[in-house]
Design a protein around this ligand. Structure first.
Ligand code: ADP
Length: 481
C-alpha cells in the first residue's frame, strides 16, 4: 500500500506544533506495518537546505504565478517529495507568516499550490509513483482533496485529518477565481464557506474519511461549543468520522537515552530524575528544595488555558510548589507570566521562547506537567509526561481526557492512575487538582506508583499506526466495492 501524506510541517525539519510531530513519526510507524508513506511538503528554506542532491521528478512552468519543481528526497527515515516553488516558499520567517507573526497575505496561493500538486500526484503526474491513498493534514493541505474531487483523482480514497479545528484557512470569495476549480466547486457542498472560501471545509466535504486526533475530540467537534462553525458539516459526515489518538516517537522521547537530560533513568530507577530536577533549578534560577516542581511546555494562548494558570499562580506558590514555565505566544500572557516570575523569585521560572532541549529537561526533571487547555485535540506534552514520569495534571477535554487516568481514590487503590484531571476552564478545580497532586507528592511511594504506571502506558505510534492502516484498508475495500 502506498500512501501520500500531504503536510505543511514535518519534524525534524519544520515544526510549529504537534502536527509536525505526527507527520514526522506516523510515516515511520506505518512503514513498519508495510504501508509505504511518502510526504509532500513545501520547500521552505530549511527544507531546501536539507536536500542533499536535487533531482526534479516533475516541473511546473506556472504554479500559482511562478515556476516550480518537485524533488524526491530521503531525509532520515522520511521519504519526501519537496515542492520547490521559490515565489511561494523561499522567504524568511515562519511557515505561515513573517518574523512578526503576521500571516503571509498570499497563504491561500501557497497552500492552494501545495494542494494542486498533491492532487496531480494522486492523478498520476509522476512516472513511477501513484499513491493508493492520499492523506491530508489540516487546512494547509486540505485543498489537495478538493482538487482531487473536482479533477482526475476523485476515485482515489482520501483521508482528511484535523489536528485543530480552530485553524480553518478561510479566505474571501475573490480568491476563488485564482484556484482554477470549476464553478460548481463554489457551492455549499463544495468549498464555499459563509460566503467566502474555506480550505478545511473543502477538505472535510471532499474526504472519503475524516479523522481527528482523539476519540473525545471527535465527539466534541460535533457540538457548537467545539465545532468552530463546522459542527453542522461534521455531523452530516459523522459516519465518516474517526478519532485516533496520536502516538509519540519513543526513540526521540526516551528518558533512558536522551542527550538533553543531565541524567538518564528508567521506571526502575526513578531516583536518577533528581539530577534533572537540580538542572532545572539551575537553568531556571529556582530555589533548591524537595517540594514539587510543576512545568509547563506550551504555546502561550487562550486555547491552552494559560490565562487560567496565570490567575492561580499566587495560591499555587503559596501551597509550596514551584513552577518552571517554557513557552511563547500571546504577548499579554507572556507579560503576565514574567510578572509572576518577578513576584515570586526563586519560585516561578519563566523562559519565553522555543527550546526543544529545555522541553526534554523539564519533562525529565519536573514532578508534574500542567495542561489546563480549554480544548485539546490530542495533546502531546501529556504523552511525553507519561513517558518521562512527569505526572500530567490536565483539563478533562479532548485527547487529555482519553490519555490520562485520574488519580481518584478508586484508581489509586487499584494502581491504575496516571495523573490528575479537572474540569476545563475552571480555575478553582485546576487549583484543587494541584493541591491533590501536592498531597499525593507528599507520599513518595504513592507518587512513584503514579509515575511508574504512566511510564508503562503504551504511548508509542505502533497502536495508532495500526488504526490508520486499518482505516486505509477499509477505504481501499470501499474503492474496490
Ligand atoms: P499544539 O500542537 O496545540 O501546540 P501539542 O501538545 O499537540 O500542542 O504539541 C506541542 C508540541 O510543541 C510538543 O512537542 C511540545 O513539546 C512542543 N512545544 C510547545 N511549546 C514549546 C516550547 N516553547 N519549546 C519547546 N517545545 C515546545
Amino acid at each position: 500500500m502506498q500512501v501520500l501524506s500531504v503536510t505543511p510541517e514535518i519534524f525534524p525539519l519544520i515544526k510549529t506544533g504537534g502536527l509536525a510531530d505526527v507527520t514526522g513519526a506516523l510515516p515511520v510507524a506505518l512503514n513498519a506495518l508495510g504501508v509505504r508513506t511518502r510526504s509532500l511538503v513545501p520547500g521552505y528554506p530549511v527544507v531546501m537546505g536539507a536536500l542533499k542532491k536535487k533531482k526534479a521528478l516533475h516541473q511546473y512552468t506556472a504554479l500559482q504565478g511562478g515556476k516550480a519543481a518537485l524533488h524526491a528526497a530521503e531525509i532520515g527515515d522520511l521519504d519526501m517529495l519537496v515542492l520547490d516553488a521559490p515565489h511561494l516558499f523561499d522567504r524568511p520567517g515562519g511557515p505561515y507568516g513573517d518574523a512578526t507573526g503576521a500571516d503571509w497575505q498570499d497563504n491561500w496561493r501557497r497552500f492552494a499550490a501545495l494542494g494542486r500538486v498533491g492532487a496531480d500526484i494522486a492523478a498520476g503526474a509522476l512516472k513511477d509513483y501513484r499513491p493508493d491513498i492520499v492523506h491530508a493534514h489540516d487546512w494547509q493541505s486540505a485543498m489537495t482533496l478538493a482538487y482531487m474531487r473536482y479533477g482526475e483523482a476523485a476515485k482515489v480514497p482520501s483521508v482528511m485529518t484535523v489536528h485543530n479545528l480552530a485553524f480553518q484557512g478561510q479566505f474571501g470569495a475573490s480568491i476563488f477565481s485564482g484556484l482554477g476549480l470549476p464553478q460548481q466547486a463554489m457551492a455549499l457542498d463544495g468549498i464555499e464557506y459563509y460566503g467566502g472560501v474555506g480550505f478545511l471545509k473543502a477538505g472535510l466535504q471532499a474526504a472519503w474519511a475524516i479523522t481527528t486526533v482523539s476519540p473525545t475530540y471527535a465527539q466534541e467537534i460535533r457540538t457548537p461549543a467545539f465545532g468552530m462553525g463546522l459542527d453542522g458539516l461534521i455531523n452530516l459526515r459523522a459516519a465518516a468520522l474517526h478519532g485516533i489518538v496520536n502516538g509519540i516517537d519513543v526513540d526521540i522521547w526516551n528518558p533512558d537515552a536522551d542527550a538533553h537530560l543531565a541524567a538518564g533513568y528508567s521506571a526502575k530507577a526513578l531516583k536518577a530524575r533528581k539530577a534533572n530536577k537540580r538542572a532545572i533549578e539551575e537553568r531556571m534560577t529556582l530555589d533548591r528544595d524537595d517540594g514539587p516542581i510543576y512545568c509547563v511546555v506550551s504555546r502561550l494562548t487562550w486555547q491552552k488555558g494559560i490565562d487560567i494558570l496565570a490567575s492561580i499562580i499566587d495560591p499555587v506558590i503559596a501551597s509550596g510548589a514551584r513552577l518552571a514555565i517554557l513557552g511563547s505566544g500571546d504577548a499579554g500572557l507572556e507579560g503576565a507570566l514574567l510578572a509572576a516570575a518577578a513576584r515570586h523569585r526563586g519560585r516561578v521560572g519563566v523562559v519565553i521562547g522555543y527550546d526543544e532541549g529545555l522541553s526534554h529537561l523539564l519533562q525529565g526533571g519536573a514532578d508534574g506537567i500542567l495542561i489546563p487547555s480549554r480544548f485539546e485535540p490530542c495533546g502531546l506534552t501529556q504523552l511525553y509526561g507519561l513517558r518521562y514520569g512527569c505526572v500530567p495534571i490536565v483539563a478533562r477535554t479532548g485527547g487529555l481526557a482519553d490519555t490520562v487516568i485520574d488519580a481518584n481514590e478508586a484508581a489509586v487503590s487499584a494502581g491504575v492512575a496516571t495523573g490528575f484531571q479537572f474540569a476545563p476552564e475552571n480555575a478553582g478545580d485546576f487549583h484543587h487538582a494541584i493541591l491533590r497532586a501536592n498531597a499525593l507528592y507528599g507520599d513518595p511511594a504513592a507518587w512513584a506508583s503514579l509515575q511508574r504506571q504512566g511510564m508503562k502506558a503504551d504511548v508509542s505510534w505502533d497502536r495508532s499506526a495500526q488504526k490508520y492502516a486499518a482505516l486505509y484498508r477499509m477505504l481501499l475495500s470501499k474503492r474496490d466495492a
